[in-house]
Structure formats: C-alpha cells, structure tokens
Design a protein around this ligand. Structure first.
Ligand code: RTP
Ligand code: MG
Length: 140
C-alpha cells in the first residue's frame, strides 16, 4: 500500500468543545502522522472556495456559515492508504449512520456539525493540501 497524504479539517463544533487533542489521538492511534497543522479562522471567501463543489446544494449557505463560525484546525495526515484510512476513522457524514468507534459517531453533533473533514480521493487531497499549505509547512 502506498504512503499517501490527505487533508483533514477539525471543524468549529469540535474546536469549540476543545476536542482537538482527542481527535488527533484517533489519527495517531490509526497510524496516521500529523505532518502539518495550523489553527486558523476561515474567511467566507476561503470557505466558499473550499466547498465550491457543493455550491448548488441546498445546504451550501449554512455549511459556509458553520465553517466560519469558529476556529478550525487544518492538517495534513500522512500514512499508508491515508485518504481511505482517514475516511474510515471519520465515519459516515451523518453521525446517525456512522459506525461505532468512529470520530463522527463519538463526537459529531449533527450531519452539518460533524467535527471533521477528510479528502475523498488522492486527487482532491493533493489540491486541498495545496489550498492550505506551502511545501515548507509540511514536515514529514
Ligand atoms: P467532508 O467533505 O466535510 O469531509 O464531508 P463528507 O465528504 O462526508 O460530506 P460531503 O457530502 O462532502 O458534505 C460536505 C459537508 O457538508 C455538510 N453537509 N450538510 N445539511 C446537510 O444535509 C448536509 N450534508 C452535508 C457536512 O458538514 C459535510 O461534512
Ligand atoms: Mg466531502
């Protein structure tokens, strides 16, 4: 299995409840290495750009409002099969459907305030990592 990188975001519902460390422990226990990390506040423009694939969805406006409602922690996770491995430990988008032991099952508040984002393909991971990090900020 190839070593990959994926872009993760700890969302405002989780930073508000001081869950950054608990969520990071899930990544590390699953064999993912946090090779870049910063706590930032997204601008409206950044949130709209990041989620532009969802621009036509009914929940887009609410999603952007939620993502700028507090600090987020953006991070690059590295490890074998990192994209899929991260999706597995995040769990389903809607915490009501998320498997036991996943981050969203244990921490998410709702389908929107679902604590974490993870890239959904290696191609999207590459572009999402570039969206937030320069090469020198990633320290494997
Ligand atoms: P993400 O992109 O954040 O990792 O989540 P995902 O792939 O599991 O879900 P996606 O379909 O890409 O949706 C992006 C985010 O939009 C919010 N959402 N709200 N109100 C709704 O019906 C709804 N559906 C999705 C969630 O915050 C979801 O993570
Ligand atoms: Mg997605």
């Amino acid at each position: 299995m190839a070593v990959e990188r994926t872009l993760s975001i700890i969302k405002p519902d989780a930073t508000r409840r001081n869950l950054t460390g608990k969520i990071n422990a899930r990544f590390e226990e699953a064999g993912l290495r946090i090779v870049a990390q910063k706590r930032i506040r997204l601008t409206k423009e950044q949130a709209e750009k990041f989620y532009e694939v969802h621009a036509e969805r009914s929940f887009f406006g609410e999603l952007v409002t939620f993502m700028i409602s507090g600090p987020v922690v953006v991070q690059v996770l590295e490890g074998e099969d990192a994209v899929q491995r991260n999706r597995d430990i995040m769990g389903a988008t809607n915490p009501a459907n998320a498997a036991a032991g996943t981050i969203r099952k244990d921490f998410a508040e709702s389908i929107e305030a679902n604590s974490v984002h993870g890239s959904d393909s290696p191609e999207n991971a590459a572009s999402e990592i570039k969206f937030f990090f320069s090469k020198s900020e990633i320290v494997p």
